[in-house]
Ligand binder design. Structure first.
Ligand code: ADP
Ligand code: MG
Length: 455
């Protein structure tokens, strides 16, 4: 049997025991690169697949190989292109039709507070303080210590990826840590709007008011999206007053200062400025280096200081990008079996700027096509009406990518997926957001997809 025939037979064995989505995700574009003395090298398309197969399927693959091939001593995975031959091999055999991976129910914070959709990863401890964010940090700490007392409301503003969500959630986490019975509600302004609108259509506005007026701490992220939503602003105005009068803490974030939000009612604007307003600026070079040091330590990887300085000097605007570049560098160097070094870092930066140029031109349509292709679906499946699980999850992932990578508004996202209701888009994006926290398979799939799309 030649390598191709051998791999076909192995895939045939594996297919039986795996769901179709898992199978086509992890075994597409794989093939056998070589076999020697019972040592088999399997080509995989990217590092995510490599890690995933090593962690989850090494044993199954080795067993299947032994069944078909006879004695197999070891299996090794290598990132490399098998070309269309192997791709065909995997797709033509991927015919099992069992269900796609289950989409679990949203996970809630481990805190006792029932409504706190907080991410425990965001703490004060792992937030690096520098002159660009020290005011916001200090204000958040004061609020965590004395909620409803010191600065109410606390209004944080600053550009994308500078740590607003991190800090607000750190306050929520800290408050729950100090008082496990505290009721902390974290929601985006869009989530608030959706909940409000749906309470009207279900004639349950009383429930809505009860939910938000009964909390100890209300955290509303990205209030710029309240812009021009008059009814929601009215409702929020009353919520605000009720909480404020009861000395309950309100924390708000925005991508710009309150005065700069157009389409915001004057009475709301004046309330936003009642308490404390703190801005977050892009971090300076020193803070960027410190952030990288701290993230490297979290990864448990020693990154030499010249490499840290090189990254910090070249990525200036946004902490999320800084973090992403470091993670990629570490993954790349692990794969190459080398220590993180300047030449790898400079290669990565060149690659990133090329990617950025490409993703600037990337359209929602391209995301639909790539996501569909990745899951062996047609673009029309994603934009069409079908609600099969195998289609719904990829559709939600496409929305997630459009939101986070293309920064599209929810109505635009809904439009790109065949003119769905925009609340579906809101729901889908936040569902995938939450699920990514706990679902490793999904994380790896989305990672592989982003890599393939070119982010
Ligand atoms: P924003 O809400 O302002 O867009 P985020 O809070 O989502 O930004 O931050 C983006 C990423 O950068 C997150 O992973 C966050 O943990 C990280 N981050 C931002 N600022 C810091 C900082 N000062 N120290 C450590 N991590 C940070
Ligand atoms: Mg944010």
């Amino acid at each position: 049997m030649d390598n191709k025939g051998l791999w076909q037979a192995v895939l045939g064995e594996l297919e039986v025991s795996l769901s179709r989505a898992n199978f086509s995700t992890w075994f597409k574009n794989t093939g056998i690169l070589g076999t020697q003395d019972g040592h088999i090298v399997v080509a995989v398309p990217n590092i995510f697949t490599k890690k995933w197969l090593e962690e989850k399927y090494q044993k199954d693959i080795q067993e299947a190989l032994s069944k078909v091939h006879g004695e197999v001593k070891s299996v090794e995975f290598k990132v490399g292109d098998m070309g269309s031959e192997a791709a065909k091999g995997a797709t033509t055999t991927a015919t099992a039709s069992d269900a796609a991976p289950q989409v679990g129910s949203p996970t809630k914070s481990q805190g006792a507070s029932d409504n706190a959709f907080l991410n425990s990863r965001y703490t004060f401890n792992n937030f690096v303080v520098g002159s660009s964010n020290e005011l916001a940090y200090a204000a958040c700490q004061a609020v965590a210590k004395y909620p409803g007392d010191k600065y109410n409301p606390l209004f944080l503003y600053g550009g994308v990826g500078l740590g607003k969500t991190h800090l607000m959630q750190a306050v929520g986490n800290e408050i729950i840590k100090r008082n496990p019975n505290a009721r902390v509600e974290y929601i985006t302004s869009e989530g608030f709007t959706t909940a409000f609108v749906s309470s009207i259509s279900r004639k349950k506005t009383g429930d809505f008011s009860g939910r938000f007026r009964g909390v100890d701490v209300l955290i509303i992220d990205d209030v710029q999206f309240f812009e021009s939503k008059e009814k929601t602003q009215d409702e929020f105005f009353h919520t605000f007053n009720a909480l404020h009068q009861a000395n309950k803490q309100i924390i708000l974030s925005c991508d710009r200062p309150p005065q700069a939000i157009s389409g915001l009612e004057q009475r709301l604007l004046s309330r936003f400025s009642w308490g404390m307003t703190a801005d977050i600026q892009p971090p300076d070079l020193e803070t960027r280096s410190a952030i990288l040091q701290s993230k490297a330590a979290t990864h448990g990887v020693a990154v030499p200081s010249d490499v840290i300085e090189y990254l910090a000097a070249n990525i200036k605007s946004n902490v999320r990008e800084l973090e992403g570049a470091l993670t990629q560098l570490i993954a790349h160097c692990e794969l190459q079996g080398e220590e993180p070094n300047i030449s790898a870092a400079s290669g990565l930066l060149g690659h990133l700027s090329a990617k950025r140029a490409r993703s600037g031109r990337l359209t929602a349509r391209a995301v639909v096509e790539k996501v569909a292709g990745y899951y062996d679906l047609r673009p029309e499946d994603l934009t069409g009406p079908k609600r099969d699980k195998e289609i719904v999850v990829p559709r939600q992932i496409a929305m997630h990518i459009m939101r986070h990578e293309l920064n599209l508004s929810f109505p635009k996202i809904a439009g790109a997926l065949g003119g769905r209701d925009h609340t579906t888009a809101i729901h889908s994006v936040s569902k995938i957001d939450r699920q990514l926290e706990t679902d490793e398979t999904l994380r790896a799939e989305v990672g592989a997809l982003r890599e393939r799309i070119g982010f």
